[in-house]
Design a protein around this ligand. Structure first.
Ligand SMILES: *Cc1c(COP(=O)(O)O)cnc(C)c1O
Length: 386
């Protein structure tokens, strides 16, 4: 039989790192709910000694997700921000990190309110300026931090060009691949040094777990991240690892439907008179469309749009029935929210604050027709609706 690591994505998503349990033959990797492991003699054990350092359920997740990201090493965390704060420990005070300006609100809160007061330096670069990224880097820049597509404006960054510019300046390129998932985009294949995920989103896929992940093929970075994982302790529990492992098995199928629905909705929104602007990289009018088409398999399940006014935005999100008003994204069910007042409230005073009339959709895998009917009802002028 062909070795598993030569097999296709869909196959590895189901089998990589998940041999039948050696003790019982259980086909599903068990939830190893244990804090410690018995040793035969001092230091002589089966590869596991203490569950913050290592746990078989976590190891299965790390092997599977690393394989899907075309990485040699995978390191699982308690949350996307747990992964982010651990990666930030690759940077020393005084060193500089350059981030895409519309970075995830929680990352901005961390950089501006936790690390900056300790003497770390952060600069935020609008996506359009990544075309001249090299001009914005110096010898002191340790990390370039990119999201593509970004949250919530769905900006696209050319990952290969960003990697080249970062490397020319002696910096690492970190890509938050949460919105795309490895099914649609694999940043390490495009030259990135580290990929980071909130597995809470598409990888878990069912809105029932908080988790994070980092992957790299650089052995020095990997060794440091494993060391930081056990030393800082932002580790996921075995049940959470098991939920993400189960979610990943259907990732390919789910992403196909997320993308199909999101494209249909983006096209429909563009024709709607109550919508000022639609942000979706799958639309040929999107400024990043050509790059997205080159570096992604498809364009993802997130769509943002500008309503006529902030008041109308706040009202329409209460009128949808299928699109539930909630933060988060990437689950099978559709969600709607106002970034300026919910997920990105922490960036309100920043120069790149989300527009107050911006509405963000996490398009689920329900029927396309039902989702469009739901939006049609919510977007109609009040008189017509009544
Ligand atoms: C949600 C999210 C995070 C943070 O992840 P948590 O699991 O909530 O800690 C980071 N980046 C992006 C793009 C996200 O959507």
């Amino acid at each position: 039989m062909v070795s598993i690591d030569l097999m296709d994505f869909e196959t590895r998503a189901i089998h990589e790192g998940q041999e039948p349990d050696p003790a019982t033959g259980a086909i599903i990797t068990p939830i190893y709910q244990t804090s410690t492991f018995v040793q035969e003699s001092v230091g002589e054990h089966k590869g596991f000694d203490y569950a913050r350092v290592n746990n078989p359920t976590r190891t299965a997740l790390q092997r599977c997700l690393a394989s899907l990201e075309s990485a040699q090493h995978g390191i699982a965390f308690s949350s996307g921000l747990g992964a982010t704060t651990t990666i930030m420990h690759l940077v020393d005070p005084g060193e500089r990190v350059v981030l895409i300006a519309d970075v995830y609100g929680g990352v901005y809160r961390m950089t501006s309110q936790v690390y900056e007061p300790k003497g770390y330096r952060f600069d935020y670069l609008p996506a359009a300026d990544f075309a001249n990224l090299g001009d914005h880097l110096d010898d002191n820049t340790r990390i370039v931090w990119v999201e593509s597509p970004s949250n919530p404006l769905l900006n696209i960054v050319d990952i290969r060009a960003a990697a080249d510019a970062a490397h020319a300046a002696g910096a690492l390129l970190v890509v938050d691949n949460t919105f795309a998932t490895p099914y649609l985009q694999r940043p390490l294949e495009l030259g990135a040094d580290i990929v980071v995920h909130s597995t809470t989103k598409y990888l878990g896929g069912h809105s029932d777990v908080i988790g994070g992940f980092a992957a790299t093929s650089d052995p020095t970075i990997a060794e440091r991240l494993y060391f930081l994982q056990k030393s800082l302790g932002a580790v996921p529990g075995p049940f959470d690892c098991w939920l993400v492992l189960r979610g990943i098995k259907t990732l390919a199928l789910r992403m196909e439907k997320h993308c199909e629905n999101a494209m249909a909705i983006a096209v429909w929104l563009q024709r709607n008179a109550g919508v000022e602007h639609v942000y979706y990289p799958g639309l040929p009018t999107h400024p990043g469309h050509a790059i997205a088409a080159r570096q992604m398999r498809d364009f993802g399940g997130m769509v943002s749009f500008l309503a006529e006014s902030p008041e109308e935005a706040a009202e329409l999100v209460t009128r949808t029935k299928l699109f539930q008003l909630a933060e988060s994204l990437g689950g099978v069910e559709s969600l709607i929210e106002i970034p300026a007042r919910m997920t990105h409230a922490s960036t309100a005073s920043a120069p790149f604050a989300a527009p107050p009339n911006l509405v963000r959709l996490s398009v689920g895998i329900e029927s396309t027709e039902d989702l469009i009917l739901d939006l049609e009802h919510a977007l109609k002028p009040a008189a017509v609706r009544a």
